[in-house]
Design a protein around this ligand. Structure first.
Ligand code: BGC
Length: 486
């Protein structure tokens, strides 16, 4: 999600007094289906914990719980120059990271807009060529005299990718609307390395990293109170440190140099929570989103709560109202009747509209979709946006509560990043308060909550670099960074 509007004064909630009865009934119905009461959050959290456990078992479950082969806590003393690239959101990011060795770091970065068509290109080479070309452009700019020593690179690949070792990532399935053939079930590291080598750039991909693991480690590097790294962005996910002896599916696969008490970063991939549809309160719009997605049946939790989908949920609900004759009467909907034409910046901008009669929303529908709205219709649109945003915020913290309860954390910091967390109006407060509801905390200020969601350090830059540094150190010490024989 990009292009969120500038910050505006606190929006005033308009009165619903002038909304006709038939529209008011629709609003009340939306309130019923999109509101998530505390008891539901608690039931979701309880089921979440058992699903996390299943993911760690030999038999496995819906949640992949992928060991990320980061088996050390950063000390803050890691140092050196590293490159990092980040693929998985709206942009490709290339970063040069200088780790200071004193819990500090410097980054220099460039962002390359990922062409929309690249998400679904039929030619997988195009993706790797695009990344390697962007990397080359960055290197040429940063190192005009060329590179003398090879530079290690951490590749943040924000998709469910199985790892038998640190520099491997076998893509289980695409998420977030990506759908490129011949990459699923393959290791993406050699695909990228091949294109890098072809361009004669002296760079070695030493680690493959999930964005959540990067966030966890980057934040731990500066703040040892960090318990999890989470992303509320185009997708949703979280990572935390477990203990090797508690990861049943690794039994018999670890070499002797790894003690049972060794930590292991786990990329949960909990966007796939409740693919069996046991506990999440899905609406008919969630069902449509799923059925029309490139991967139906996958990422149930993510499809209800992440930035890739919030605008589309709003659009589907509005199309439904229009079809039933409640709104947009006699309007030309040709520009609006297109899947994903409204990204999550739309509900965000609508929620931020500061005017009593929702003038910004009026402009938005007129300018972008050629639709004239009445003020009553705009009140429905605004209320719906609030409900969809609040539902996302409330549901998305169930993953945090589940991990903290599973690990017995009573206090700590949850390092959060992502476009929804950083830019969706009111998200931070709603998420923090949902966590408070789950736990029944009595403190009144967010700053006093025992488990605090805090803005993360740069996971896919600094985090990738710290992980690359930790991996290199282990290798230099002759310690393993993968399962036996990998
Ligand atoms: C991916 C995760 C990622 C999350 C946030 C999900 O769609 O499967 O790997 O961490 O998005 O970017």
């Amino acid at each position: 999600m990009v292009h969120l509007g500038p910050k505006k004064p606190q929006a005033r909630k308009g009165s619903m007094a002038d909304v006709p009865k038939e529209l008011m009934q629709q609003i009340e119905n939306f309130e019923k289906i999109f509101t998530v009461p505390t008891e539901t959050l608690q039931a979701v959290t309880k089921h979440f914990i058992s699903e996390l456990e299943k993911g760690l078992s030999k038999k496995g479950g819906n949640i992949p719980m992928i060991p990320g082969w980061v088996m050390d806590f950063p000390t803050g003393k890691e140092s050196g120059d590293f490159l990092a690239i980040d693929l998985g959101g709206t942009n490709l990011r290339v970063v040069l990271v200088k780790l200071g060795g004193d819990r500090t770091f410097d980054t220099t970065q460039s962002k390359y807009r990922l062409p929309d068509a690249m998400r679904t290109t039929q030619n997988p080479d195009e993706l790797w060529e695009f990344i390697a070309d962007s990397l080359k452009a960055f290197i040429d700019e940063q190192f005009p005299q060329g590179i003398s020593e090879p530079i290690p690179l951490g590749f943040t690949f924000s998709f469910p990718a199985s790892q038998n070792k640190i520099n491997e990532g076998i893509l289980q399935r695409w998420t977030k609307g990506f759908d490129i053939p011949n990459i699923e079930n393959h290791d993406v590291v050699p695909m990228l390395q091949k294109q890098i080598t072809k361009r004669n750039i002296p760079i070695e991909v030493v680690a493959l990293i999930n964005d959540t693991t990067g966030t966890l480690v980057a934040s731990y590097y500066t703040d040892p109170e960090t318990k999890m790294g989470v992303i509320f962005g185009t997708g949703v996910n979280g990572a935390y440190y477990d203990v090797c002896s508690d990861i049943e599916k690794l039994q018999g696969k670890l070499s002797d140099d790894i003690p049972p008490s060794a930590p292991m970063a786990i990329n949960c991939e909990y966007g796939s929570f409740d693919n069996e549809h046991v506990v999440l309160p899905r609406t008919k719009y969630d069902i449509t989103i799923d059925e029309e997605s490139p991967r139906p049946g996958q990422q149930t939790f993510e499809k209800m709560s992440s930035g890739y989908y919030l605008g589309e949920i709003l659009r589907l609900a509005l199309m439904d109202m229009q079809k039933q004759g409640f709104i947009f009467k006699n309007q030309d909907l040709s520009k609006f009747d297109k899947p994903f034409v409204m990204d999550t910046s739309y509900p965000a901008r609508i929620e931020e509209d500061p005017f009593e009669n929702l003038e910004d929303t009026d402009d938005l529908f007129q300018n972008e979709f050629g639709i004239n709205t009445t003020v009553q219709e705009r009140k429905l649109i605004r209320r719906l946006s609030e409900l969809i945003g609040a539902r996302a915020a409330r549901l998305s913290v169930c993953g945090i509560a589940a991990i903290c309860q599973k690990r017995g954390y009573k206090t700590g910091h949850i390092a959060a990043d992502g476009s929804v967390y950083n830019r969706y109006p009111g998200f931070k407060e709603k998420a923090a308060n949902a966590l408070k509801d789950i736990y029944g905390w009595t403190q009144t200020s967010l700053d006093d909550y025992p488990i605090k969601i805090v803005p993360a350090e740069d996971g896919s830059g600094a985090g990738a670099a710290v992980i690359a540094a930790l991996a290199q150190k282990r290798i230099a010490e002759g310690k393993s960074v993968g399962i036996i024989g990998a």
